[in-house]
Design a protein around this ligand. Sequence first.
Ligand code: C2E
Ligand code: CA
Ligand code: CA
Ligand code: CA
Length: 276
Amino acid sequence: QDSGTHPACAFYDADFTKQLQTEQELNDLFEHSLKNHDFKVYLQPKVRLLDGGIAGAEALVRWIHPQKGIIFPSDFIPIFEHNGKICHLDLYMFEEVCRLLEQWNQKGQPWIPISVNLSRQHFKNPEFLKAFSEIAERYHIPPNTIEFELTESILFDPQQIEVVKISIQKMHALGFLCSLDDFGSGFSSLGLLKEFDVDTIKLDRQFFLDISKEKSRDVIACLIELAKKLNVRTVAEGIEEQEQLDYLREIGCDLVQGYIFSKPLPPKEFEAFCAR
Ligand code: C2E
Ligand code: CA
Ligand code: CA
Ligand code: CA
């Protein structure tokens, strides 16, 4: 009790040590889990506001560990971003998505567009897209079925800007689509939209949290209008409430992704959701 340290600090230290342990632990589990297929693709539908149809889905990773149970991305993505393992994981997820798409196609189902998340770490290797396009080819996936999501914050890294620009061009040359994720979560400048030729912007859920305020609504309307002028598709993320949905429909947002329609689902449940 009377150790001389501030109680809050002692508490913080214990927490920090625990955190380091967990990091080490998750790192140690990674390779085995990858081989063991413990990382699963979950799919969250994107719904068209115009007619309620399903326009596609985002693939989100879930780590389902036999002993530890389900581990969410926020608990391991930052760790694997830090040590580069995320690149292996993204490629693994991409292959799983392609495998799934091919299976569906073989069952006679129409192609459904899927977006996959790309860590900023990939852009350290200007040739990173080769591996992705080889996988897509191996599974006979029409490239325009795939959209790569890159997070907005990558555009603020002056070291990476050129590679990002060129990579977006390469994606398009290969026939893939590209979307700018978490738009507006950081120090977004609207000017970025004309500099980076993305097909879609995903508006961060922050924008929609106080939708009943007129100022919030004005900001959203303005962004959607700008996107329309630039011929960029808009996805509103994290939509949970009817009021948000009503407003987005009113101003002509293209797609909505959020709990109001569905949480991310295991592929079988996603299929059922599509068939409903
Ligand atoms: P993100 O790419 O912005 O994905 C959207 C996140 O919002 C997902 O969290 C999703 O489950 C959650 N979400 C969707 N609808 C709602 C809603 O209505 N309300 C709320 N509160 N949340 C909603 P998740 O799956 O936990 O993923 C967190 C982040 O982890 C993702 O954010 C993405 O940055 C990263 N991530 C997930 N899977 C991958 C992956 O395979 N590779 C990489 N590099 N990152 C991934
Ligand atoms: Ca995303
Ligand atoms: Ca997002
Ligand atoms: Ca365009």
